[in-house]
Design a protein around this ligand. Structure first.
Ligand code: HAM
Length: 421
């Protein structure tokens, strides 16, 4: 048997209603904040992620699905959405549109990671990106979108962690101080962090190994090394969040794994879902657009993993009953009745009623069992005598009551099954 690739998953019909519910909640909430959807290709030139996400990141160094096409060009299945959105805005000449530009996306992403609960190789993200607003109010507004989606999904067991990792003015000095600190502990660091020391010492701060975390506790904090502008930005963000009633904690270990971030970084963490507890991660990236060949333009955004949202909803008991049951199931006896049923059902469907009838020639008993299994609210049994008289018995499956209806009066039938006509 051919199996799906490791780290991918099928979403079966009983699960899709929950996915659709989450997607609809995210879309509707983002729309309230003025975001519009953008769709970009599933694969892009590899260089986009090397330059955008950053050469020294784990994503680019170890996790990309990169291939060459028949003309020997290097492409990569998108590991995330931010770089693609920036590319699309530049390429489509949208950087001079009225600001801010507010875009959201619902995408599948690909990263070659070790699969575990909440971490897969193909995964789904809902993300938003806002361009052209440098003020801390934009950071708060963006965090507000994520917070509203998470709350609207009923996820309560979650905390918002924020940090500032500075800007090109203040980060080099901080980075050097951090380098010197970790250099003194080099022998104790895990192998990954030993190599991070030279390329990206900030990443050592979010290493999960107990020894590296312990060493990290004594490390200099970016928040204590901000230039006056970055410090002011952070203060303003806190004021906005306080005003908006959004609770947060300053977490100096939030450094994020992608290179494009400047100043604000944040994560929503739900510890109830295990090791992969970040349901949403994001931050400001004021240099990305320029890095990719566009104008200097500030940006901020986030992305949330749909599987992690599902785990969090399950942990919080907030999975809604999204099942869709047929309003009516028609059980025909014989070919003429089946033909009559097809006519009734198609009229009902054209008026927006979910109705089904037997297509596989089951016995009446088996049909009633099937109707029960689908959760149908009403059933209608039609045979030759019903067709002749034009009357049939409509059974209410929930209340075990019944009434006679006119088979040729669709409006009366709709009323009888609870619809306004
Ligand atoms: P990220 O932190 O790499 O950021 O991913 C965002 C979210 O995607 C994570 O918090 C997690 O919920 C989900 N996620 C990431 N990797 C996996 C995986 N292997 N399996 C399941 N879920 C996963 C970004 O991707 C940035 N582009 C976010 C952003 C947008 N920053 C600014 N704008």
């Amino acid at each position: 048997m051919i199996q799906k690739p490791r780290g991918t998953f099928d979403i079966m019909p009983e699960e899709t209603p929950l996915w659709q519910y989450i997607e609809a909640t995210a879309r509707n909430t983002a729309a309230l904040y003025g975001y519009k959807e953008i769709r970009t290709p599933t694969f892009e030139a590899t260089e986009l992620f090397q330059r955008g996400v950053g050469d020294t990141t784990d994503v680019v160094q170890k996790e990309m699905y990169t291939f060459t096409d028949r003309e020997n060009r290097s492409f990569t299945l998108r590991p995330e959405g931010t770089a693609s959105v920036a590319r699309a805005l530049i390429e489509n000449g949208r950087c001079s549109d009225t600001l801010p530009l507010k875009l959201y996306y619902m995408i599948n992403c690909f990263r070659y990671e070790k699969p575990q609960a909440g971490r897969s190789r193909e995964f789904y993200q809902f993300g938003v990106e806002m361009y052209g607003a440098a003020d801390a109010a934009a950071d708060a507004d963006t965090i507000g979108v994520a917070n509203s989606i998470i709350r609207n999904l009923g996820i309560t067991d979650v905390s918002l962690h924020i940090n500032s990792i500075g800007c090109p003015n203040c980060r080099p000095a901080y980075r050097l101080e951090l380098y010197n600190y970790f250099k003194a502990h080099e022998d104790e660091l895990c192998d990954t962090c030993k190599s991070r020391l030279e390329t990206n010492p900030l990443r050592i701060l979010d290493c999960k190994s107990p020894i590296c975390s312990k060493i990290g506790e004594g490390a200099p904090k970016s928040i204590d090394h901000l230039c006056p502008e970055c410090a002011d930005h952070m203060d303003k963000l806190k004021n906005h969040l306080d005003e908006m009633g959004i609770e947060y904690e300053i977490d100096t270990n939030i450094v994020r794994g992608l290179d494009y971030y400047t100043r604000t970084v944040f994560e929503f963490i739900c510890t109830a879902i295990g090791a992969q507890s970040t349901v949403c991660g994001g931050g400001r990236y004021d240099g990305l657009m320029k890095e990719l060949g566009g104008p200097q333009m500030p940006g901020i955004g986030f992305a949330m993993g749909i599987t992690r949202l599902i785990l969090a909803m399950k942990a919080c008991g907030s999975v809604p009953d999204t099942c869709n049951f047929p309003s009516l199931y028609i059980a025909p006896m014989g070919k003429a009745a089946q033909c009559k049923a097809s006519g009734i059902v198609s009229k009902l469907r054209s008026k927006g009623v979910y109705a089904e009838y037997d297509l596989v020639g089951r016995s009446l008993k088996a049909q009633m069992k099937y109707a029960d299994k689908t959760g149908a609210f009403f059933t209608l049994i039609i045979g030759d005598s019903e067709i002749e008289s034009g009357k049939a018995i409509l059974k209410n499956m929930k209340e075990s009551s019944q009434q006679e209806i006119d088979l040729n009066d669709i409006n009366a039938l709709m009323k009888a099954i609870g619809y306004e006509v």
